[in-house]
Unconditional design. Structure first.
Length: 108
């Protein structure tokens, strides 16, 4: 018999992630990896404001921890990166980057 309703736990973790994750460390990690990762560059006339936005859109429970999807918009060079990092978080609080998806938007 399973005691945890995974969907409800995932929703709870997504809603309250700032209560148990070090958001400053997560922001720093996202900024550093977005800076060091090459993304496809898209030129457009209007780009989003160069502000930091971060949200967790998936908190998948796994046997030894969680798979977390962090969606972000961060400044990079003379534009912004809009992307998603897929992280593995173990139960001791250590995490690693599994994959990164996104695009850099620059002015024409």
């Amino acid at each position: 018999m399973k005691l945890i309703v995974k969907e409800k736990l995932e929703s709870l973790l997504q809603t309250h992630w700032t209560s148990f994750l070090d958001k400053d460390q997560l922001i720093r990690f996202v900024l550093e990896t977005a800076r060091d990762t090459e993304y496809k560059v898209i030129k457009q006339q209007t780009i989003p404001p160069k502000q930091i936005k971060l949200s967790i859109t998936k908190f998948n429970i796994q046997e030894k921890g969680f798979e977390i999807w962090v969606e972000f918009t961060v400044p990079k060079d003379n534009g912004v990166v809009i992307g998603t990092h897929v992280l593995s978080l173990n139960l001791t609080g250590e995490f690693q980057l599994i994959d990164s998806y996104g695009s850099t938007l620059n002015n024409c």
